[in-house]
Design a protein around this ligand. Sequence first.
Ligand code: GDP
Length: 289
Amino acid sequence: MSESQSIQWFPGHMTKTKRQIEKTLKLVDAVAEIVDARVPVSSRNPILHKLIQGKPRVILLNKADMADPQQTARWIAYYKEKGITAIAVDCRSGKGMNQFIPTVRSVLKDKIASWERKGMVGRTIRVMVVGIPNVGKSSMINRLSKGSKAVVEDRPGVTRNNRWFTITKDFELLDTPGVLWPKFEDKTVGEHLAFTGAVKDAVVDVEQLAARLIETLRELYPNALTSRYKLDGLDLSAMQGYEILEAIGRSRGMLISGGEINTERAAIAVLDEFRGAKLGRITLEQVRA
Ligand code: GDP
C-alpha cells in the first residue's frame, strides 16, 4: 500500500459520482458496500447512506484478516441491531467470500419470492459494489469473477468505467461508477485513512503521523507496542507519541551519526509494520461495549 496516491477531490467530481450512482442504482437490486474492518467508520462515504436509501444492502467488513476479530464481531452485531446485514471477509485470500452470494440472496428473499410469484424464476440478481478507494473493491470483484477482468491496482483513485461482471448465471456485479470519496473534512478520518495507507504519506508528515498512530495504539493495544518494539520498563502512558517513537528508534538501533535517533526511519517502520499487520490484528475504530 506504499504506492497509494493522493486524490484530488473536486466538488465537480463528487457531483458527477453522485449522479452516476443515482442513475446506476436503478439498474441494480442491491448494494454491496465495502469498508475496511480496521477503520469501519472512516472508510465509509459520508453520503452513501442517503444516496442508496431504500436499496437492500450488505456491508462487507473487508481486510478482516488484519482487524481484531472480537471487534469485527461487535461491528457485525452493531449493524444487525440497525437492521443492516454485515459480513467479515478477506478479499485477498477469499476467506468469508463464500458467504457473500447467499447473504445477498437472504437480504433479497422477499424480492426473489415476489419475482418467482410473477413467474420470474432464476432472474439475474444485480449488485453494485461501492466503497472509497483502497478498501478492496477490485480485489473483491476479481475474486468472485475468478480474476477474469477486474484490474487490481495498489493505489486509490484509479477511475474505472461502468463495468459488469458475471459471477454465476444469475448473479452479476457492477463496479462503482466513479470514485466515492471519504469524509475527508474530518481530521480523524483523514488520519485513520493515512494510518492504513489509503491516503498518501507524502501529503502528511510521517513522523507526526507515526506519533499519532502510536498514541492511538497506546490507548487501544498497548501490549502490541510494548512487545513488538521491546519497550518493557517504559511507562508509555506518561510519554508523548513522539517520545515513544524515539524509544522505538533506540530499541531498533536506528541511529544517525552523532548517536542521534533516526526518527524518520522509525516512523516509516511503525507505519509499514502496522499496515502489514505485524503488530497483530488491530481495529482502530471500535464499538463501545
Ligand atoms: P480498491 O481501490 O477498492 O479497488 O482496492 P483494491 O482491491 O485495489 O485493494 C487495495 C489494496 O488492499 C491492495 O493492495 C489489495 O491487495 C489489498 N487488499 C484488498 N483486500 C484485502 C484483504 O481482505 N486483506 C488484505 N490484507 N489486503 C487486502
